[in-house]
Ligand binder design. Structure first.
Ligand code: MN
Length: 231
């Protein structure tokens, strides 16, 4: 045992479907443009170019059933529904086969983006940090352990705003699949047990307004969902 000079904060906990034990979240890695239809709607090139990543800290996570406070420094707050992969074991420089053994389970998440700030960052060549990382900028449903889940290619995800479906996709439409993403990320970053990967959003992203009720779903046999209100 190490003797630490201060007491470390405990991890932000994520609920696990039909399980009283909780998943301790660590880093959140996010993938940009991982669906062709979304790459096109963002003005990108939908070729299978190398995936790119950015990172959030799990300290910004808010829980299912929470209120998302509309931040004061944006007027274009947007939702992005994504399949989330929860990592069970440390993974550094792993291949595709090994990547499969590092998955704890799957959830649906929403990556919240200040699109106006992101556009300013893109135009000036600065990092997306302020557009992507702020309290409430990610949320996650209960995690479904992989033993109770479909193969990610057979999972579907959706997002509704005030009862109207805005986003829907099969996760088999990803440009880079779950195991490829784990393997690619792990070539340069030691992934750790507790890390979460937000695997990118399909088309249909759009604005949130105060008062909106959002519901995101992970659609499979053991389905799960998350909902929140914008205040
Ligand atoms: Mn995203």
């Amino acid at each position: 045992m190490n003797d630490w000079i201060i007491k470390s904060s405990i991890p932000v906990e994520c609920d696990v479907l039909n399980e009283s034990l909780q998943f301790p979240s660590r880093n959140i890695y996010c993938v940009g443009r991982n669906y062709r239809d979304h790459a096109i709607e963002m003005g990108g090139d939908p070729q299978r170019e190398k995936p790119f990543f950015f990172q959030k800290t799990s300290d910004i996570l808010i829980k299912n059933g929470s209120e998302l406070l509309y931040p004061k420094d944006t007027s274009d707050l947007q939702y992005e529904v994504e399949l989330v992969v929860a990592i069970s074991k440390d993974a550094f420089k792993v291949g595709l086969h090994e990547a499969k053994n590092k998955v704890f389970g799957y959830a649906v998440g929403v990556d919240i983006t200040k699109r106006d700030l992101q556009k300013i960052s893109k135009n000036s060549g600065e990092p997306w940090f302020s557009a992507k990382v702020f309290y409430g900028s990610a949320m996650i449903s209960d995690i479904v352990p992989k033993e109770d889940s479909y193969h990610p290619d057979d999972i579907k995800i959706s997002l509704e705003v005030n009862g109207k479906r805005k986003q829907f996709t099969g996760c088999n439409k990803m440009i880079w699949n779950v195991f490829e993403l784990i393997s690619i990320l792990s070539q340069t970053i030691p992934l750790k047990a507790g890390d979460l990967i937000f695997t990118g959003t399909p088309s249909g992203v759009g604005q949130l307004q105060k008062g909106d009720i959002i519901e995101a779903k992970l659609i499979q046999n053991n389905s799960t969902s998350l909902s929140f209100v914008v205040e």
